[in-house]
Design a protein around this ligand. Structure first.
Ligand code: C2E
Ligand code: MG
Ligand code: MG
Ligand code: MG
Length: 279
């Protein structure tokens, strides 16, 4: 009887559906690059003191033929597990560097653009080689192109991983620590890796009313100043948050309050037409 019950649970229709969804997702993902279903959207990063967009973060979207626009949390891990992440990252690198080159030709010479890479991209040379090759090919201005990595990369901490991060830095690419403050012993990594930029995780912004967020944000702004790092705060959703962050020493802000990630054409409209930015 007991075994039968477990057996029944094993064939739980919901679990079965999840399994089938997963298989379908994998299959769809395998052809997505060839079918041209990926697109980069760009989220503005605003300097509050300058009242203009100074940077953009490229965020990957998948235009799924039946499911619509899908964001990375729904497919990046699957891509990593089935070995597709390298091809996807190469597409992201190619697309983002070509777009930045275009914007630089159009005169947006101080614009910064960042991409996100997977920790898997630091297990091998291909993606890193590709970044170096594309940056050189397009003759991108130095220190305008950033690779965002999470502490999951830094936690690997092998000499190979450190060397790959170093190589990016040596070809003029900035290294930005994404979701800063959420990992472990983040401070030790600042000595080991050639970091140029920090992104304060949005969880601190959403918890601004709690007891810990303000001192943590103040400490991170101090670290950024002390190490002479570029600083961006993410997940700013309300005017009040922007105001408080400004008082804590944050200037460059990213979040729905200013804009979600938008198409390249819409991002360009942000660059061309300064608009009144509240706060
Ligand atoms: P992330 O790099 O920390 O990117 C910020 C995420 O927060 C984005 O979600 C963005 O749309 C969202 N966001 C922006 N402003 C706000 C806000 O004010 N409030 C809230 N609640 N969320 C906000 P998205 O695009 O779904 O990306 C999720 C994660 O997927 C990214 O986190 C990044 O780790 C990863 N990712 C995105 N693009 C790529 C890519 O091209 N390659 C790889 N390997 N990973 C990517
Ligand atoms: Mg990011
Ligand atoms: Mg982040
Ligand atoms: Mg994140």
């Amino acid at each position: 009887k007991r075994g039968g019950k477990n057996g029944f649970r094993f064939f739980d229709p919901d679990l079965n559906l999840h399994y089938r969804e997963r298989i379908k997702l994998e299959n769809d993902l395998r052809g997505a690059l060839d079918r041209g279903e990926f697109i980069l959207h760009y989220q503005p990063q605003v300097s509050v003191s300058e009242q203009r967009v100074v940077g953009l973060e490229a965020l990957l979207r998948w235009r799924h033929p039946s499911l619509g626009l899908i964001t990375p949390p729904a497919f990046i891990q699957v891509a990593e597990e089935v070995g597709l992440i390298g091809d996807i990252s190469r597409w992201v690198v190619d697309t983002a560097t070509a777009q930045l080159a275009q914007w630089q030709r159009d005169g947006f010479r101080d614009l910064r653009l960042s991409i996100n890479l997977s920790s898997h991209d630091f297990d091998r040379d291909e993606t890193i080689d590709r970044v170096a090759e594309r940056v050189a090919h397009h003759g991108l201005l130095p220190d305008r192109f950033d690779v965002e990595i999470t502490e999951s990369v830094m936690m690997r901490d092998t000499s190979e991983v450190v060397a790959r991060v170093q190589r990016l830095r040596e070809c003029g690419v900035g290294i930005s620590i994404d979701d800063f403050g959420t990992g472990y012993s983040a401070l030790a990594y600042l000595q080991k890796f050639p970091v140029s930029s920090l992104k304060i995780d949005r969880s601190f912004v959403s918890e601004l009313d709690g007891p810990a967020a303000m001192p943590i944000i103040a400490a991170i702004t101090g670290i950024a100043r002390g190490f002479d790092l570029h600083l961006v705060v993410e997940g700013v959703e309300q005017a009040e948050q922007a105001e408080r962050l400004r008082h804590l020493g944050c200037d460059i802000m990213q979040g729905y309050f200013f804009s979600a990630a938008v198409t390249a054409a819409e991002a360009e409209a942000w660059l061309r037409q300064p608009r009144a930015l509240l706060c």
